[in-house]
Design a protein around this ligand. Sequence first.
Ligand code: SF4
Length: 507
Amino acid sequence: MQFSGRRKKLSPSCQADLYEQALQFYGQPPLENISLSEFESFAVDRMKLLKTVENLGVSFVKLSDTYKNKLEAESKNLKLSPRQDNGLSEHEKRRKDHISHFILRLAYCQTEDLRRWFIQQEIDLFRYRFGELNSKQKLEFLHKNNLQYDTISVEEKQALSKEIVNSSYAVSGVKVEDQDVYKVPFQDALDLVRTRKVYLKAGYAYIPHQDIVTIVLNDFRTRLSKALALTARSLPAVHSDERLQPLLNHLSHAYVGQDYSIQKNVGKISLEQIDSLSGKSFPLCMRQLHQSLRENHHLRHGGRMQYGLFLKGIGLSLEQALQFWRSEFIRGKVDADKFDKAYAYGIRHMFGKEGKRADYTPYSCMKVILSNPPSQGDHHGCPFRHSDPELLKQKLQFYKVSPSGISQVLELVKGMHYQLACQKYFELTHNVEDANFSLNHPNQYFIESQRALGGGKESKREADAPQRSQESSAARGSTAAQEAAAADASQNLAEMTEDLDSFFNDS
Ligand code: SF4
């Protein structure tokens, strides 16, 4: 696979230049050939890192010691730290960082929601990495990226020290002489000027080093959002590549964890247990679907897909599923005959017993949150993403979440951290201080809940096995056969979902 762009091609030496520094603005795309399996594993690792950035940003004060230590550990673990020594050479780590950033650009330029999420996490990652550079590296980085800001001399610092201290909140309590102060044309520091945070003299802003990052981040944000808009324009060309399109779609809805299509607990759950499990161990999305099904004796196709696959994932057998849906539907406007003709086939299809006989995968949170938003009369989707905040508040009150808990959840929703809001709901309803997992999937929520309630030890042990195998498969080498298998798997996944989507009528 070759990355190419409309920009002038870089010579190999320019390409090597890119990796001279630990940090870059990702201005030049990579131009080398890489295998599809490397493409996939790089992308998955960066996804994991950005998810960690998001989780840490909500759980800890950004740039606090704990935040930095945890982020450093995860970067090291994923071999995406451009500076630490963790097995790969510096060049290889920087190359991985560079390529993986560009792959996710392709996957995350597709919608406004995706772009916003990606920019936010990349900026937080960049802020952390910039803060880890020493003064010399920071200056080199600025100069290399045409930000010709210089630090002022010791004499100038001494002469202006009083003014700088009086004007800059960032230096209060710190000796000006002990830190770098940058001299920047004032038009490049409008955010700081507007909020009166810097000393201005003769058209220059004097910026303490704690604040220079604000300017650099603004620049990075502008560059990245322009680049994503440009990348979005090239999407039709990318989508015409049948190897890439399913892979990128899969990535943008990515769930990088266990494969819940592997049914390990078939038949371990009885139909009588579903009502009580829905109250105790279902995430809000599934609890809401279950409640609507019980009340209306019907769910539209989006709800049947989302809930049906979830139930299959927690261990309902085909026979149980047929019995479950049938008994509920015939209580409403659908008679037994119509159910058998119009709906039973769909359920068998979901279990891979009809049509292509594909085994369908339960939806991940990203898929629920980002695709097929519910419209009037639908009950599918993610309540943290798709419900009106007032309605969500009422739901949480109805489920007896404490007022302070509701405020915490709503605060996370306001910041668009939907999965973290769901995780908070888990903590509140299970009475635990720290859920101790990173939520990515409704079926993961169920397993963790069962574990927390003491009923899922066995399913957890079983659940770990496919996760390990999935992770090791992501890390495997790049033979031609593996590339073909990776491409086929992604292709099949997209085809399967499309096939199933088109099968269900909106009735
Ligand atoms: S975050 Fe995931 S598990 Fe939670 S309600 Fe939304 S889709 Fe369901």
